[in-house]
Design a protein around this ligand. Structure first.
Ligand SMILES: Nc1ncnc2c1ncn2[C@@H]1O[C@H](COP(=O)(O)OP(=O)(O)OP(=O)(O)O)[C@@H](O)[C@H]1O
Length: 260
């Protein structure tokens, strides 16, 4: 279980998350939704142990997340930032392979087994993100959406127990959004904990098992998508008149005065 208790996050002296308490489970795809500036990325970074909480506790099972050594933490928690910029002009395959760095020289792990595991994990991540045809292309010469898939491939190659991703669906075309959402759901079904910041409320409704809504630094809804993303919650938090259309699993959100 990955949890926060009474967590307060401050940025530049301003409180941006106010006393959040949440317990996230392995085997579940959890979506974090909320308006711009609500504190979603800040909360995700705190859960990943990348941003310190001003107060409160962040725990992975029975361990304090900030106390886990960095390399071990990187093996346990894979983090995809909102802007996954790459400083060097490496190939897509090399970028994905960087996801194996936290596994280098793990004490007690034979080098041969390690090399085989690396190769297998990199190949699986390349396949999952449909990157094979781009393997040798420099990252400076691929599109924004292709870069986003490569960055996600890097996270998957690390085979972390937890995947924390900040808007991984942004920039992706429709078919790759569907494929990545299905792949994240598959990762959850395989027993990983998957926590994803999403602006696309229909994607959260259709793919997540649980949705957490944050508004102005506070958790204002938490539960099954139908409850947490009810029309009432959306109209209160996003202040947009709306209506859900379609069947469970394939819902669309109609917005605007005319549907109110
Ligand atoms: N590096 C920073 N320094 C100071 N303030 C920051 C910093 N990053 C974010 N903030 C502020 O913290 C608040 C929460 O930001 P955060 O990025 O967590 O929101 P968000 O819900 O992820 O927003 P978005 O949907 O726009 O990505 C905002 O008011 C933002 O302006």
């Amino acid at each position: 279980m990955l949890s926060v208790r009474d967590v307060v996050v401050k940025r530049a002296g301003r409180t941006v998350v106010e006393g959040a308490s949440l317990a996230l489970e392995r085997g579940e795809l959890t979506a974090i939704c909320g308006p711009n500036g609500a504190g979603k990325s800040s909360l995700l970074a705190v859960l990943a142990g990348l941003l310190p909480a001003a107060s409160g506790e962040v725990m992975l099972d029975d361990r304090q997340v900030p106390a886990i050594p960095a390399r071990e933490k990187a093996r346990l928690i894979g983090f995809l930032p909102q802007q996954a910029d790459v400083a060097w002009d490496i190939s897509v395959e090399t970028l994905v392979a960087l996801g194996r760095l936290p596994w280098r020289s793990v004490p007690g792990r034979p080098a041969r087994a390690s090399r085989d595991a690396d190769r297998h994990a990199i190949a699986s991540a390349m396949t999952a993100m449909e990157l094979e045809a781009l393997a040798l292309r420099p990252v400076s010469q691929i599109s924004g959406g292709e870069k986003a898939r490569a960055a996600m491939g890097r996270v998957l190659a690390g085979e972390p127990e937890w995947i924390l991703a900040d808007e991984p669906l942004a920039n992706l075309d429709l078919s790759h959004q569907q494929a990545l959402a299905a792949s994240l759901k598959g990762q959850a079904d395989a027993g990983r904990g998957v926590v994803v910041v999403m602006h696309d409320l229909a994607a959260a409704m259709n793919h997540a098992g649980r949705v957490i809504v944050i508004d102005k630094g506070r958790v204002v809804a938490d539960g099954a998508p139908e409850q947490a993303l009810s029309r009432e919650v959306i109209e209160t938090v996003w202040q947009v008149p709306c209506q859900w259309l379609g069947e469970a699993g394939a819902r669309a959100l109609a917005m605007g005065q005319s549907v109110a």
